[in-house]
Write a protein that binds this ligand. Structure first.
Ligand code: FES
Length: 111
């Protein structure tokens, strides 16, 4: 994987989301337990930052703070309205304590 080191895993608070720019793309990095997920930081309903929304660890979703659509972190699919279009999902992993993200690979393809 030709990923980019984004941050230290320990810098991410559990069940939270943080915004980064990776290769020019706005990416929301979400930590749930010992796992990390990377999705577009832009809601598909409007140009708003998803990383400012709430993370739902139990069903691995993130909720847009503006109108409440929840997106599946594994597939990018919206599971509640008003959003109807999926958001991009990227491959993310933890390597030697670093969070590595590849924004060129479709993370939904591995799920
Ligand atoms: S801007 Fe995200 S649901 Fe409307």
């Amino acid at each position: 994987m030709s990923g980019v080191v984004v941050c230290k895993f320990d810098d991410l608070a559990p069940n939270s989301s943080s915004a980064f720019v990776v290769n020019g793309k706005r990416v929301a990095i979400i930590r749930i337990g010992d796992d990390v997920y990377a999705v577009s930081d832009t809601c598909s309903h409007a140009d708003l930052s998803l990383s400012e929304g709430e993370v739902w660890a139990e069903d691995k979703t993130i909720e847009c703070w503006r109108h409440g659509s929840r997106f599946d972190l594994l597939t990018g699919e919206p599971i509640t309205l008003p959003a109807t279009v999926p958001i991009p999902v990227f491959v993310a992993s933890v390597v030697d304590g670093n969070v590595v993200v590849d924004v060129e690979l479709d993370g939904a393809a591995k799920s």
